[in-house]
Design a protein around this ligand. Structure first.
Ligand SMILES: [Zn+2]
Length: 169
């Protein structure tokens, strides 16, 4: 499952759909019609000839998965601190900034006191503040920019003639 990967990509400001219960045909359809790169750990779906852009995710650890995506989709240059916390990590909706007084009673008192900037998801109504998350993001950014590459990882796209890599279960 790539749920945590999706959450983290959204926290970093990337538009990521994560249709949990979609069938393979739906995923391929979404990828084609919305020109999205399909991220998958499923070797079955990448054999579908119609699929154009995908990245096969090797690792089962979300930190390494994130590194795979950032490295092999060339997203390093698009890691922009201005974009962090601009998309709801739960539902992928762009967040809107709200005034501090509007979150009174919606967040724990100490959170209200310690923070001045808040945003809200207009879709799922969840309230966000940078708080301690920003340190987690800084940590993951330094991990992503470290030179340790994931061994044996090669990106594949239908644009190349390479066969998908085998998977060890
Ligand atoms: Zn939301």
């Amino acid at each position: 499952m790539l749920g945590r990967l999706a959450t983290w990509l959204r926290l970093l400001g990337f538009d990521v759909l994560y249709p949990k219960y979609a069938k393979d045909t739906e995923l391929v359809f979404i990828s084609l019609t919305q020109e999205r790169i399909l991220l998958t750990r499923d070797t079955g779906i990448i054999k579908r000839r119609i699929l154009k852009d995908y990245l096969f995710i090797h690792s089962d650890k979300w930190q390494e998965q994130l590194k795979e995506v950032i490295e092999y989709s060339n997203l390093e240059d698009r890691l922009d601190p201005e974009k962090f916390f601009t998309i709801c990590p739960i539902c992928n909706t762009p967040l809107i900034e709200i005034k501090k007084e509007e979150v009174l009673g919606l967040v724990p008192h100490y959170i209200f006191c310690e923070n001045n900037k808040f945003s809200m998801c207009p879709s799922c109504k969840k309230v966000y503040w940078k708080g301690t998350h920003i340190n987690k993001i800084k940590g993951i950014i330094s991990y992503l920019s470290s030179k340790t590459s994931i061994p044996g990882n090669v990106p594949f796209s239908k644009n190349s003639s390479d066969a998908p890599p085998p998977v060890e279960m």
